[in-house]
Design a binder for this molecule. Structure first.
Ligand SMILES: *Cc1c(COP(=O)(O)O)cnc(C)c1O
Length: 434
């Protein structure tokens, strides 16, 4: 399968190139040239398949031409070492819990898959690959843990100082081995800009093979479609598969884009909702037809504090740049910190279900936007314990840490402080990376 650039001025790339380069040379994002459909027979019996079987069928459709079957099976089995259950929360509203992986956020799926795929492509070779990853919290932990100890790969996590929770920070600053963390005096957008600039720097490119594990990378993005299929299978099992609406708490829109791709692959989804915090440039776009990125603002749902979502180009591309076509599949809602906190408290009081601040946006968008005859599923993108202070304040209850996260709490942070200007970052790379 070939991957084209959304800017359409770079030549198409093979999978290995798309994964190792991340961004096309013309700064566009790679997209699969054809999006294969799963056969009707797959959906007829999907409720009897488990997560790994579903993941493998989807992975074969996406990557079957590029990775031998047994290798792909190993990659999928290794990735999906945990479940993504669908849990009822309210009337017609279900939570797709994506936080049962090692770092308790949905990004574990994409990060674990990408680490395994990259390792497949570098196996036996002498090349070493440097993964640069900008994070507003959860990406860094998922990527660092997904790639920990993987041979021939070094990971550098860039994160905004003081803007991620202590626990998030611990998950990528305490690992050692092939993982390093840079604490940037700036915002998430600054971190993302440093990473993007580094990719286009000829001197760095001459010395290092750089790639990104943000959702700009197809190996991170595409496997995120697996759990949409698995969610549908679980709904079908209980006879609730008609009129499914997925509400996706969105930041860089990788998760939502993976859902849109699942729909193109034949998944019978009715429509999608983009649920946002006050960083709602996408909602503005849906309203006005004009996309105007702006600086991000800090919120309690900080993994969605993104002012210029990187996957916007992919969404436009999927709908042929026609806003009305985008609008026919996606609607949007946005919420303030006050609304998020009050929702967490209210849902806990009424149902006993504990939302995290991101999932709360997804829940509210369904409560507000679901029509008769629809079944709503919001993506619960992180465990509430990752945002402990907010959730404890909102519910008045202590939040129990999942076992996987307890291990990080006592470890010692090691990170390198750096300014947000490119020359300093570049100098650090040249001096520290080989
Ligand atoms: C990353 C993240 C998001 C946003 O996902 P995108 O794919 O960037 O839209 C939402 N919630 C949580 C908890 C996250 O970690």
């Amino acid at each position: 399968m070939k991957y084209y650039s959304t800017n359409r001025t770079a030549p198409p790339a093979g999978l290995k190139q798309a994964v190792t380069e991340s961004l096309a040379p013309d700064r566009g994002l790679y997209m699969p040239e054809t999006i294969g459909r799963l056969p009707d027979s797959f959906f007829e019996t999907i409720e009897r398949k488990n997560f790994r079987e579903i993941g493998l069928a989807v992975a074969r459709t996406l990557f079957g031409g590029d990775i031998p079957g047994d290798e792909l099976e190993t990659i999928v089995e290794g990735t999906l070492s945990f479940d993504t259950p669908v849990v009822p929360v309210g009337e017609n509203i279900y939570s797709l819990e994506l936080f049962h992986g090692p770092t308790a956020a949905f990004k574990d799926v994409g990060a674990r898959f990408m680490a395994r795929m990259l390792s497949h492509f570098t196996a036996g070779g002498s090349d070493s690959i440097t993964v640069l990853v900008a994070t507003s919290g959860d990406t860094g932990s998922a990527v660092a843990n997904g790639f920990l100890g993987v041979e021939n790969i070094q990971v550098v996590v860039l994160y905004p100082r003081g803007k991620v929770s202590d626990l998030q920070e611990k998950q990528f600053t305490t690992l050692g081995q092939n993982i390093r963390a840079l604490e940037i005096d700036g915002t998430f957008d600054d971190c993302q800009r440093l990473v993007k600039t580094a990719f286009l720097d000829p001197e760095l490119a001459g010395r290092l093979t750089l790639t990104s594990a943000n959702s700009i990378n197809v190996a991170r993005l595409l496997p995120q479609s697996f759990y949409y299929f698995h969610a549908y299978a679980q709904l079908k099992k209980i006879g609730r598969e008609d009129g499914v609406v997925f509400s996706v708490p969105s930041g860089n829109f990788g998760n939502l884009t993976a859902g849109l791709l699942a729909k193109r692959m034949g998944l019978p989804v009715k429509r999608f909702i983009s649920a946002n915090n006050r960083n709602d440039v996408f909602l503005d776009y849906l309203r006005t037809g004009v996309y105007s990125p702006r600086p991000s603002v800090e919120t309690v749902a900080n993994a969605m504090d993104v002012g210029d979502p990187s996957n916007f180009a992919r969404i436009l591309d999927l709908y042929g740049n026609i806003t009305d076509r985008v609008r026919s599949d996606i609607t949007g809602y946005s919420y303030t910190d006050e609304q998020i906190k009050s929702c967490i408290g209210k849902v806990y009081d009424e149902t006993g279900y504990m939302l995290d601040p991101h999932g709360a946006c997804g829940y509210m968008a369904l409560a507000e936007g679901l029509n008769d005859g629809e079944t709503g599923v919001f993506l619960e993108t992180a465990h509430p314990a990752k945002f402990r202070e907010t959730v404890e304040e909102a519910t008045g209850r202590p939040v129990e840490l999942p076992e996987s996260l307890k291990a990080f709490a006592g470890r010692e942070k090691r990170s390198v402080p750096l300014g947000k200007d490119y020359p300093g970052f570049r100098e650090w790379c040249l001096a520290n990376l080989v």
